[in-house]
Design a protein. Structure first.
Length: 314
């Protein structure tokens, strides 16, 4: 039985906070003429390389398998389909992540991606028919208004809404759908963090490679000496964020880990000003503060609701 260490989980979540904050800066530091799809494939390829050693070590040491031996063919097939589907979603989200950081800007895109709880609420309602309280709905609406304010660059005019801002919003949308599907299928499956990470990255890399092939582009990007250092560093940071996050989940609840990592766009703001020369706008600061406050409020309500459910069970 695994021993839970809350302090370890919180420490790992803080590591995720700084990794998440640095990733947009690394992505936008690459040469300006590099293609977003090609870079997404290159960083995914290096993610796969970095994920392979730990996966092989667990395989050699007899770690738990993705699907238990006692599972029937139908559950195995369903798990396989979910794995392929969510892998494609993660591949798309990686591509859109790079594209939105490039076109919408590291600061605005980072804040937009923090809207994950909004899409999680929507996904759970549509797929799981989980209804939210009046207070949670009200906070969610405030979050929507804050995102609209950010998307219009503080003008409140719909004509000022950038299409690339919607690309940034598609990232947490894809994440939320994929995470709900994975949780429903695999929450009782004997799976390790290394296995989850490896198969997620493997399917994403294959999917992005197929998309790149359909566009007629060259795979030489994987060995391009100009892009290679940025792809390697980004692939390493992205892999570390995934594996550290999954290990944090072994010690603390997702809600607590999410609360710890909520301020990561603030890290991106500081690093973007220093390394990318971006100018911090007042509307970005206002939007970030409101979005962060809404996320903390939603997390607090979720924790309170979970505590009440436990008490009622007792």
């Amino acid at each position: 039985m695994r021993v839970s260490r809350p302090k370890t989980g919180i420490l790992l979540s803080f590591i995720c906070l700084f990794i998440l904050g640095a990733m947009p800066v690394i992505t936008n530091s690459r040469p300006a003429d590099s293609n977003a799809l090609e870079f997404a494939l290159a960083l995914s390829f290096w993610q796969l390389i970095f994920a392979l050693p730990l996966f092989l070590y667990e395989l050699h040491s007899g770690a738990r398998r993705m699907v238990s031996a006692g599972s029937g063919k139908r559950p195995q097939l369903r798990t396989f389909v979910v794995g392929i589907t969510t892998g494609i979603m993660f591949g798309l989200s990686t591509w859109f992540y790079v594209l939105s950081m490039e076109q919408a800007g590291a600061i605005s895109a980072s804040i937009a991606i923090q809207s994950y709880p909004l899409f999680a609420v929507l996904t759970e309602f549509i797929l799981l028919r989980q209804r939210k309280s009046l207070q949670e709905t009200a906070v969610t609406l405030v979050l929507v208004v804050a995102l609209y304010y950010l998307g219009t660059q503080g003008s409140w005019q719909i004509m000022g809404m950038s299409g690339w801002f919607f690309v940034a919003l598609s990232v947490p949308l894809l994440w939320s759908i994929a995470h709900v599907l994975i949780r429903q299928e695999l929450m009782h499956s004997p799976v390790t963090p290394a296995q989850v990470t490896f198969f997620r990255v493997l399917i994403s890399t294959i999917f992005l490679g197929m998309v790149l092939a359909l566009t007629g582009s060259s795979f030489a990007i994987l060995l391009d000496p100009v892009i290679l250092p940025f792809a390697m560093v980004m692939g390493f940071f992205y892999y570390m964020e995934l594996i550290v996050w999954f290990y944090a989940m072994q010690h603390i609840d997702v809600s607590l880990a999410s609360a710890v990592t909520t301020p990561w766009p603030a890290v991106t703001m500081g690093l973007s000003v220093i390394f990318l020369g971006e100018h911090l706008k007042s509307y970005q600061i206002y939007a970030f503060c409101i979005v962060a406050a809404c996320i903390y409020a939603l997390l607090a309500m979720a924790i309170k609701g979970g505590t009440q459910n436990v008490e009622s069970d007792l």
